[in-house]
Design a binder for this molecule. Sequence first.
Ligand SMILES: [Zn+2]
Length: 201
Amino acid sequence: MTEKLVEINNHNFIIELMYADTKQNMTGKPVYKEIGFGNKALVHKDLWNKLEQLIPWLEEHKRKLKIFDAYRPPLAHEKLREVIPQPGFFAINPATSPHCRATAVDVCLTDENGNELTYPTLVDAYDPDYATEVQQGKSEAFFEYLKKARHDYEDASKEALHNRRELKSLMESIGLKALPHEWWHYELPNGREDDKYPMIK
Ligand SMILES: [Zn+2]
């Protein structure tokens, strides 16, 4: 661990790391709990400096930001990869994942009671049936479904599209970068630079 990490501990943020529990977890394994890491959202202080800028908006709009993943210990990454080794899920080298550098978060907005808003998919495109298939090594149907996780996917309800766009403009307004294929993932624009943000063990 390092002094560069900040634990998110603020009532405007809900911490339910997907890999610390099993209820919305594509791998079905509470790996963060298994390695003793628990349900803790750690981020690089540069990322927290941006996330905390959301607080006035969240309070004004009676929303909370739910965090599904933040810093991912490399050991946890390796264990997740043992469960789902197929390409397209967990990078072979954890050092390439911005989560292992604490420069990325997986998020959605909720109402003031913590109910997730509607999006084209759940975070991580979680679905219990696909999760079972993927854990058995069958990922073809899931990858087809994963098209719904893209920012350019338009065949969803008006409400889901509105919520996805609102989240994107909100996160971009604090200087975070979206990935085209995962509506829930946001990272520091330079968060993959080896010298500035190396993997944290
Ligand atoms: Zn992510």
